[in-house]
Structures are given as C-alpha cells and as structure tokens.
Write a protein that binds this ligand. Structure first.
Ligand SMILES: Cc1cc2nc3c(=O)[nH]c(=O)nc-3n(C[C@H](O)[C@H](O)[C@H](O)COP(=O)(O)OP(=O)(O)OC[C@H]3O[C@@H](n4cnc5c(N)ncnc54)[C@H](O)[C@@H]3O)c2cc1C
Length: 381
C-alpha cells in the first residue's frame, strides 16, 4: 500500500480526510519516531500521529542559558551499557558530556527528627552516566529530522484503532486512516484508557496494559537555574537526599563547564496532592545549599502526573512493574496487525530511552520481517 491522501468525506457537519499508508504509528515519542525512521528506511510508507503540539513525549528540553544549552524536564541520563542510545547519538552527531559527580553529597532527615543538614563524604547518589548538551529531547528532534518531511502530524490524538478486514482503521478528530499495520508507541495504560480498540485487543492484553505503570508518570521534576554552580566551589556535588521538603532526591543538572548552572529534584508528592509551590522548592534548595540557592534565575516545576498525554488518572495507582516487557507485548495483536512499542513494553531497559528504542526495533522487525542492519565487524574491514 502506498501513502495516499484522498477523499474528504462528511461526518455530520465535519470534514474528515481519508488516508492510507502501510503503517500508522501512534505517538511521536522516542519510540514512535524510531519505529518510523526504521520503517521508512525499509521502504515502508508511514504516518505518525502525535497528540501534543511537539515531538518527544517524556523527553522535553527547553532552552536555558546561552546557545543550544538546555535543561531536561523529562529524561536526563543515558548509561554506558545503552548501545542503541550511544549509536543514535553518534550517528546524529549530538554533543555529549559526563554527569557531574565530583564532591560531597548532603543528607537531611525529616522535620520530626529535625536533624541539621549533614555533609556526607563523597557522592553516593550519582552513578557514571552521560548527558546531551542540547538535552535529551535532541534525540527526538534528530529522529524527526531523519524522516521524510511531514511524516509526523502534530495535534492529532488517536481516538480509535478498529480492525476492518485485512486492514486497520485509525481515527483522529479530523482523519480516518487505513493502514496495514499500526504501532502503538505510547504507555500501554494510556493506550487502553484513551483509544477505542473496538473490543479487538483481547481481554488478556487489555488487562495487562491497564495494570502497567507509566514509567516516571507519577513524578514531579523541579529544575532551578542559577547564575553559577556555586555549590561546586564549596566541594559539593549538587547531590542531596532529603526527607524534609517536597524534593526527595536532588542532582546537579548543569551543562558542560557548569553552564547553565542548575540543580534538579524529584518530588515525592502523593498523587492526590498539588505540586509544590516555587517558594517551597526554593526554600528547600536554600536549606540544603545555603543562601546562594535562594535566588535562582528560573524554576521549572514539571508535573508529569497531570500530563494528559502521559499519565491517565486511571494509571496513577498502578504499581505492578512485573508487567514491563510482558509476554503480551512481544507478539502482535489484532491478527498480526497491531504492534506494541513504547518503553514499558521492552524486555531490555524498560522505562529508559534505551527501552523505547529497543521496543521500536522489535515492532519494526515484526512488520518488515527484517532485522535492522548490523554494524560490519571491525576486523572484516
Ligand atoms: C521525569 C522523568 C525522568 C526520566 N529520566 C530518564 C533518564 O534519566 N533516562 C532515561 O533513559 N529515561 C528517563 N525517563 C524515561 C524516558 O523519558 C522514557 O523512557 C521515554 O522517553 C519513553 O519514550 P516513549 O516513546 O516510549 O513514550 P513517550 O515519550 O511517552 O511517547 C508517547 C507519545 O505518544 C503521544 N500520545 C499519547 N496519547 C496519544 C494519542 N491518543 N494519540 C497520539 N499520540 C499520543 C504522547 O504525546 C507522546 O509524545 C524519564 C522520564 C521522566 C518523565
């Protein structure tokens, strides 16, 4: 089937565009974009439907500081064993640097034990990891840039995926798209909460999907930017563990050479509570790191619990992480036409960006029957 944009039909008073393609990918996070890239590389026609007005999903890196420097409100790190991320970053020529770890960490007990802030020798909180100069979202942007122009359609939330004979029909508010295959590249719990599968998903898969937690989907991430990384000159790593404020874990999020200078924290706020205020997080930074932390140049508080295109309310209490990479996701559903991607479905590194890439690769192999090309053995060259 080739990519066709065809008739416009009337649905009530609305106009509905009718289209067809080989594969409809739902979600333009890292996983959906990777699947689209590999499928187009195999000569398959692809359309990607994305609910938000941006690509990347749980990678989100707004500019802070000068040039292309950014902070990460979603994923931050990659690790040395994550081959797909490392290869992708190298292919795209993205700048990388190591996570800052040097210095001592801080520890603070809860108010009921009201201990002072303790300085612990060394940094037991961070492990060696890599960061991207332009933020983790630069991976998503690089993937999107590698696609045929206009492959990704933003602001197109998919509401239904219904089998029809040998095909699958994907519905958005404005389009009806007929495809041979569909790739579901979003958190499984979100997929079953928001998309009507016409009863064709099967009870077992639907139950597993509804029980699968959204990785980091109940997290609030706080990033504060400062004029300079003042904690480093005091021999501090910027790492802290605290029971005494909204943020539990704090890490250095500065760019290379300390610019932009930034600290970030993960909050431990219960799902039903409001996100902490800017004043509350500044107060905690100042209690831990001193007065110099009282005057950030910016504070971002990203509440992933309230992102409708990441975490549906139904998934806030899901906690069965055994469902990650579940067997139900490893084989296609809907008579071989529906393929799971998305990090939660991966056997390798589920939850990580690496897992999002691995899940996409599995879906692509199932559709094309082709393993992705491997690197030539260096000794053969
Ligand atoms: C705060 C935080 C910190 C993290 N830290 C790290 C880290 O340091 N390292 C790491 O490796 N990973 C980290 N992660 C996890 C990492 O971000 C994810 O593993 C990865 O981005 C998931 O990609 P994905 O494509 O599977 O899903 P998503 O990024 O969730 O993409 C799904 C896409 O589908 C879209 N969508 C949703 N519903 C619809 C619909 N109905 N129709 C069309 N589109 C739809 C969404 O808008 C989204 O763009 C972190 C995540 C968070 C939130």
């Amino acid at each position: 089937m080739t990519d066709q944009t065809a008739q416009v039909t009337e649905r009530g008073t609305e106009q509905l565009t009718e289209r067809s393609c080989d594969v409809a990918v739902i979600g333009a996070g890292v996983s959906g974009l990777r699947a689209a890239q590999k499928l187009q590389g195999s000569g398959v026609s692809v359309r990607v439907f994305e609910a938000r007005d941006r690509v990347g999903g749980r990678v989100l890196s707004p500019r802070r500081g000068t040039g292309d420097r950014a902070i990460d409100l979603g994923a931050t790190w990659f690790w040395p064993n994550e081959q797909r991320v490392i290869e992708l970053v190298a292919e795209a020529g993205l700048g990388i640097f190591p996570q800052h770890m040097a210095g001592d960490m801080l520890f603070q007990n809860g108010p009921d034990q009201s201990g002072p802030v303790q300085r612990l020798s060394g940094n037991q909180l961070d492990v060696p990891s890599g960061r991207l100069v332009a933020g983790m979202a630069s991976i998503a942007i690089a993937l999107e840039n590698s696609l045929v122009p206009n492959t990704v359609e933003l602001g197109e939330a998919v509401s239904a995926v219904i089998p029809d004979g040998d095909e699958v029909v994907v519905h958005t508010q404005t389009q009806r798209v007929v495809a041979s295959h569909v790739v579901i590249a979003l958190p499984p719990a979100l997929a079953v909460a928001r998309i009507d599968f016409g009863g064709a998903l099967g009870e077992h898969v639907s139950t597993v999907a509804a029980a699968t937690p959204v990785w980091m989907g109940t997290t609030i991430k706080v990033v504060a930017v400062f004029e300079r990384a003042f904690w480093r000159s005091r021999g501090l790593a910027g790492a802290a563990f605290s029971y005494a404020g909204p943020m539990r874990e704090i890490h250095d999020m500065s760019g290379p050479d300390g610019q932009p200078a930034a600290l970030f924290g993960f909050c431990s706020t219960p799902p039903s509570d409001d996100a902490p205020t800017t004043d509350a997080v500044i107060a905690q930074f100042a209690e831990l790191f001193g007065d110099a932390a009282s005057h950030p140049t910016s504070v971002d508080i990203m509440d992933w619990r309230r992102e409708p295109h990441t975490t549906p309310p139904e998934a806030l209490a899901a906690n069965n992480y055994q469902t990650y990479g579940h067997a139900a996701y490893q084989t296609p559903a809907m008579d071989g036409r529906l393929h799971w991607a998305g990090t939660e479905t991966s056997i390798e590194a589920p939850g990580h960006v690496e897992g999002a890439l691995a899940a996409a690769d599995r879906a692509v192999i199932a559709i094309t029957g082709l393993a992705p090309p491997t690197e030539p053995d260096k000794e053969d060259q």
